[in-house]
Design a protein around this ligand. Structure first.
Ligand SMILES: Cc1ncc(C[n+]2csc(CCOP(=O)(O)OP(=O)(O)O)c2C)c(N)n1
Length: 678
């Protein structure tokens, strides 16, 4: 299994442009046949009998690369056979293949010309961890967020038909987790109602990141395990294959028999068939030759259809098959021992913000029976799994259903419950209307915890939590807060869990970043916070730095560096974008005519904009420099690399202070470039 040679070289990769650090490349040699496959055309020239070996080599190449460079893991291993069979049978890129979410598309990337650049996957300047239209013509649609594939494939199918390109095939590959989202059902509802020949491949591994949830999962299991149905279905399948040679009416008769069979033998009549999608399967998604045969047959069957494939997440790497959640994205690991590589520290380290959330909600809920927790499919990512384990009846994973998560929380809030609804900032974009319509207009005090706010890092632009400050602060009845430390996160959670918070009749967005905070001893006693009150971190002169949230720790470092140069800015942690601490802002604008704002969010409409609006509304006229995420798509990389690129890493902040003061940098000792978020 581990037969590939690894040779160790240190060099700058040619694909990696504008990196801030050289990348250490471990050259990984693909297997014999895979080495000769540089495009799906090469694959299609191979004999069918070689497909098995190609799958082995592809799987191995993924294991070798992810173990050394990190990334998503189990999902790509689970679709190795599907990736090979799909590119073998369909004429990609003319036939359009759309991967849902895209975290499972490593095999697809390797087969479609990115084998040699795969070592740069998810690295700054390297290839993206998700399909991306700019990157390859084989990436028919850009993804990252789930459940878009059926809509996109349907749009392409309709466009092809309209343009008379009737030979083109359109295939959406979607996981059972992603199938739980409303968008997937909206698309199927439409697909069953208009002429198209789209194929949906349902990759059913019973998992999302955590075990998949919901009634749909039970339904799919029912289909998969109904022995009678599966036996008779195979016979009908064979018949269908034969009858397709006898013209349309013969096919229709067989199809009717098949439908009747599905309705009779399955507990519920077939969900997909009732949406006018012809259902095929379930079949073994790891039998590559059979997959190729079935996919080939389906090419000739008109109308929208769904092929149900059963796969194992992590297939071929025993540990990943066993603990599928851990191996969804394990980070770098020793592929022989399976040991996941973690940084070893000599001293206690600060916890991740997500864990502070996870432990604190349990701590509060133990004292307060009104507290409930909600997550849309991110129990381990948000650490709500801690509460789900401790209090299963009070913490809910609702599936990949952000909109539902928000309105479900609103429903509970109408009944006087205190609901912490934890959604990644980027995924909350999906539920904007629900926040306005179901929460804010109805003055419901739902507490939103927006994890991964700011740059998400290696997941890139589909996952950056760039916009939440702007889209939350424009909604009436909404408080927008960001903690600079673990203590502030705990205290705001405590404050909002108290009954008098409900009297404000406002919702709150508590945004915090991916990764660790700053306090190894984070379990501080709870203190009530005053809503809309900032704090002064340090006095200073000539220039005031106003920060929001964790990024304020960069400003602390910047001030330390500037002190060495005799520059002494004041620093304020504003904490709230809404309501702004107006008393503090009056004081600032009366005493400073140079102000720098720093936020890990989009500049358009964000925290700096709020400060500038305040200045205009109150007839102050300071010089304001706003630091934050510019109005362009920022690609993937480590958080610190992206902060640096956008000019709000510690050195960027220090430089902004020098610039606004017209001062040159004094270069006598500088360790500032090595500073990180911690
Ligand atoms: C809208 C949205 N919410 C949450 C996520 C986070 N997420 C990434 S993969 C994943 C699980 C997807 O499950 P499934 O489609 O079954 O694919 P599998 O990983 O099992 O192959 C989730 C919840 C996302 N990408 N998009």
């Amino acid at each position: 299994m581990f037969n590939n040679q690894l040779t160790h070289t240190k060099q700058q990769t040619s694909r990696v442009k504008a990196t801030f650090r050289p990348i250490e490349i471990m050259q990984i040699t693909p297997g014999k046949i895979l080495a000769q496959i540089n495009s799906p055309e090469d694959l299609r020239k191979r004999d069918r009998s070689e497909l098995l070996q190609i799958c082995d080599e592809l799987r191995q190449y993924i294991i070798d690369n992810v173990s050394v460079y990190g990334g998503h893991f189990g999902a790509s291993l689970g679709v190795v056979e599907l990736s090979v069979a799909l590119h073998y049978v369909f004429n990609t890129p003319d036939d359009q293949l759309i991967w849902d979410v895209g975290h499972q598309a490593y095999g697809h990337k390797i087969l479609t010309g990115r084998k040699d650049s795969f070592h740069s996957n998810r690295l700054y300047g390297g290839i993206s961890g998700f399909p991306k239209r700019k990157e390859s013509p084989y990436d028919a649609f850009g993804v990252g967020h789930s459940s878009t594939s059926i809509s996109a494939a349907l749009g392409m199918a309709v466009a092809s038909k309209y343009k008379g390109e009737n030979h083109r095939q359109h295939i959406a590959v979607i996981g059972d987790g992603s199938m739980t989202a409303g968008m997937a059902f909206e698309a199927m509802n439409h697909a069953g109602d208009i002429p198209n020949n789209m194929l949906i491949v349902l990759n059913d591994n019973c998992m999302a990141i955590d075990p998949n949830v919901g009634a749909l999962k039970e339904y799919l299991t029912d289909i998969t395990t109904s022995h009678t149905y599966n036996r008779v279905k195979d016979e009908v399948w064979n018949l269908l294959g034969k009858m397709s040679n006898f013209g349309k009416s013969a096919q229709e008769i067989v199809s009717k028999i098949e439908n009747g069979l599905k309705a009779t033998l399955l507990k519920q009549s077939n969900l997909f068939e009732s949406l006018n999608l012809r259902y095929f399967g379930p079949i073994d998604g790891h039998d590559v030759e059979y997959l190729a045969t079935v996919l080939n047959d389906l090419k000739d069957i008109p109308g929208p259809k769904i092929l149900h494939c059963i796969t194992t997440k992590g297939k071929g790497y025993a540990l990943a098959e066993k603990d599928q959640t851990l191996w969804h994205a394990p980070g770098k690991f020793d592929k022989i021992t399976g040991e996941i590589k973690k940084k070893v520290h000599a001293t206690p380290q600060p916890p991740k913000y997500q864990d502070v959330f996870g432990h604190t909600i349990v701590e509060l809920a133990e004292q307060n029976p009104k507290i409930m927790g909600v997550t849309p499919a991110m129990p381990s990512g948000s650490s709500l799994n801690i509460m789900m384990k401790a209090m299963p009846h009070r913490a809910f994973d609702v599936g990949i259903a952000e909109q539902h998560a928000v309105t479900f929380s609103a429903g509970m809030a109408t009944q006087g419950l205190t609901v912490f609804c934890n959604i990644y900032s980027t995924f909350m974009q999906r539920a904007f209307d629900q926040v306005v319509h179901d929460v804010a207009i109805q003055e419901l005090p739902v507490i939103f915890c927006l994890d991964r706010a700011g740059f998400a890092g290696a997941d890139g632009p589909t996952h950056h939590g760039a916009y939440d400050i702007a889209y939350m602060r424009c909604i009436p009845n909404t408080i927008v807060f960001s903690p600079m430390s673990e203590q502030e996160l705990r205290n705001i959670m405590f404050t909002t869990s108290l009954d008098d918070f409900k009297e404000l009749k406002q919702t709150i967005s508590i945004r915090y970043p991916r990764g660790e905070g700053v306090m190894p001893n984070w379990k501080t006693p709870f203190e009530k916070m005053e809503i809309g009150k900032g704090r002064k971190i340090k006095d200073g002169e000539k220039v005031a730095i106003l920060t929001l949230g964790h990024i304020g720790n960069y400003a602390v470092k910047a001030c330390e560096e500037l002190a060495n140069e005799g520059i002494n800015p004041a620093h304020y942690d504003m904490r709230f974008v809404k309501p702004l601490d107006e008393a503090m802002l009056h004081d600032i604008f009366q005493n400073f005519d140079k102000v720098i704002t720093v936020e890990d969010g989009c500049l358009q409409g964000g925290f700096g904009s709020a400060v500038a609006e305040f200045m205009l509304d109150h007839d102050y006229s300071a010089q304001i420099k706003r630091l934050g995420i510019p109005d362009r798509i920022v690609e993937h990389g480590e958080q610190i690399e992206l902060h640096k690129e956008c000019g709000f890493d510690p050195e960027g902040i220090a430089q902004a202070v020098r610039d606004i003061l017209g001062r040159e940098k004094v270069v006598y000792s500088s360790n500032i470039v090595n500073l990180t978020m911690n």
